[in-house]
Design a protein around this ligand. Structure first.
Ligand code: ZN
Length: 40
C-alpha cells in the first residue's frame, strides 16, 4: 500500500498502486505528489 498527502485538502489517501491517483476527498490529481510506502 502507498500513501499520498493531498496538497489541496491535506488529507491522506491510500492506494495499492501509484497509477492515476486522484484525491478521494477533493478530486485533486495527485500524480505529481510523492508516494510513501505505507507500513501496517
Ligand atoms: Zn484532496
Amino acid at each position: 500500500m502507498y500513501v499520498k498527502e493531498c496538497p489541496e485538502c491535506n488529507r491522506r489517501s491510500y492506494s495499492a498502486n501509484k497509477k492515476s491517483w486522484i484525491c478521494p476527498y477533493c478530486g485533486e490529481n495527485l500524480d505529481d505528489v510523492e508516494a510513501i510506502r505505507a507500513k501496517n
